[in-house]
Design a protein around this ligand. Structure first.
Ligand SMILES: *[C@@H]1O[C@H](CO)[C@@H](O)[C@H](O)[C@H]1NC(C)=O
Ligand SMILES: *[C@@H]1O[C@H](CO)[C@@H](O)[C@H](O)[C@H]1NC(C)=O
Ligand SMILES: *[C@@H]1O[C@H](CO)[C@@H](O)[C@H](O)[C@H]1NC(C)=O
Length: 382
């Protein structure tokens, strides 16, 4: 066999089947760490550490005992970590049992991009808005570098990031949904639209901050179909025709999310010209989640408006993990029998099975990301 033929032979065996023989697959980026910024969709312990722990049955399907996630099991950020062969992320705010060798998570449940003038005790809005998460990241980066250099024997370096690896890390964002929910509560749709340029600019500022500190690879989720959260159905009787779409999602809310996403995508495209060495991937989580909600039967899931955990009968609503009364009796918000077929875990947050489905669709490259690359290649500028 000639070398040429042998080469072709090897290629046929080594090249993954989805690449044509002429298009060389770029090698994987081997990200050493993930730094995440976001809200409850990607909080792996922040809000539980800073305020009150998220109670069972949250976390009932999580592989480790302490989950502190708004889910029965894993979040999309956990599937990202698995995909990149990295451990699940410790929350920056968590003081116990943490390991930051391969990244840290600054997300907290209830976080917004813009600072809000409310306390968490009103509507659950986190004080750790995106600008604060970036300040925390800066502090984390500077202090770990210092600790690394000081050679203090009492510091366990094996649980700290290697300073040089910040530049090679993947920076992920999943935030914006709560800016919309605050908007629905406090503003008209026109007033909301007027805030979008500022909100997407603040996200761009966060990316620029990290870029200036050496970050180069960014993975930015857009916001999901907020109108499809089953909580929107509570107390909604005799709504006018067209209020809900055919899947019982609130039309106007989804239109606002789409408008937000359009502006976010345009801002990401502009960011690519402003940050010449950045690889920025825009991820259409909206399309993936709506794709699941509009195809649950085919995909083997339950009704997307069914809430797996909690007690929700007529107008009595007892939140997942809470105790309440219904018809004069104590009732506990328990989990459904088959969470692996659930789309919605608690009415606001997706169940692990849905997160897994969305992750399978968005992490492997294809029409849900711009550019259409798998997350393992998100360090390449296209
Ligand atoms: C919060 O209050 C400050 C000062 O009054 C104001 O400038 C800012 O726009 C407010 N933020 C929001 C999100 O309402
Ligand atoms: C819920 O409402 C329906 C229709 O009004 C009624 O028949 C049913 O008994 C109610 N269920 C409970 C548990 O109150
Ligand atoms: C996601 O992909 C994995 C690996 O291909 C598969 O085992 C799993 O069943 C998929 N999960 C869902 C919910 O699609």
């Amino acid at each position: 066999m000639t070398m040429g033929l042998l080469g072709l032979f090897l290629l046929l065996f080594l090249v993954p089947h989805h690449y044509s023989l002429n298009a060389q697959p770029p090698s994987s980026c081997s990200f050493p760490a993930i730094y995440n910024f976001g809200d409850s969709n990607s909080d792996t312990g922040g809000i539980s550490a800073a305020f009150t722990p998220i109670p069972p049955p949250y976390g009932q399907g999580f592989p480790h005992k302490y989950s502190a996630r708004d889910c029965d099991g894993r979040l999309i950020i956990d599937f990202i970590a698995e995909k990149l062969n990295l451990p699940y992320l410790s929350a920056y705010l968590n003081s116990l049992g943490t390991n930051y060798r391969h990244g840290a998570n600054f997300a907290t449940g209830g976080s917004t991009i813009r600072r809000q003038n409310e306390t968490i005790f009103q509507y659950g809005i986190s004080p750790f808005s995106l600008d604060m998460q970036i300040v925390q990241f800066d502090q984390f980066k500077d202090r770990t570098k210092q600790m690394y250099q000081d050679n203090d024997k009492s510091v366990d370096k094996s649980k700290l990031p290697v300073p040089e690896e910040f530049a090679k890390a993947l920076y992920t964002f999943d935030i914006g949904q709560n800016d919309l929910s605050v908007g629905f509560r406090t503003m008209s749709f026109d007033q909301m639209r007027a805030t979008f340029p500022d909100i997407v600019n603040q996200l761009a500022t966060a990316v620029k901050n990290i870029y200036e500190r050496g970050g180069r690879s960014f993975w930015i989720h857009n916001t999901g179909p907020i109108g499809c959260l089953p909580v929107n159905l509570f107390y909604k009787h005799n709504m006018p025709p067209g209020y809900f779409d055919e899947y019982q999602c609130v039309n106007d809310q989804n239109l606002m999310a789409q408008e937000f996403n359009k502006q976010l995508k345009d801002r990401v495209i502009k960011l690519r010209t402003e940050l010449p060495e950045a690889a920025i991937t825009y991820v259409d989580v909206y399309a993936a989640k709506y794709g699941l909600i509009s195809n649950t039967k085919k995909e083997g899931f339950d009704d997307p408006m069914k809430i797996c955990c909690g007690y929700h009968v007529n107008d009595t609503h007892i939140w997942c993990g809470n105790l309440g009364t219904a018809n004069g009796k104590d009732v506990y918000g328990t989990a459904c029998e088959n969470p692996s077929a659930a789309v919605s875990w608690d009415g606001v947050h997706y169940a692990e099975a849905a997160n897994h489905w969305v992750a399978n669709l968005t992490l492997n490259g294809g029409s849900f990301t711009d550019p259409p690359i798998p997350i393992t290649q998100a360090c390449y500028r296209h």
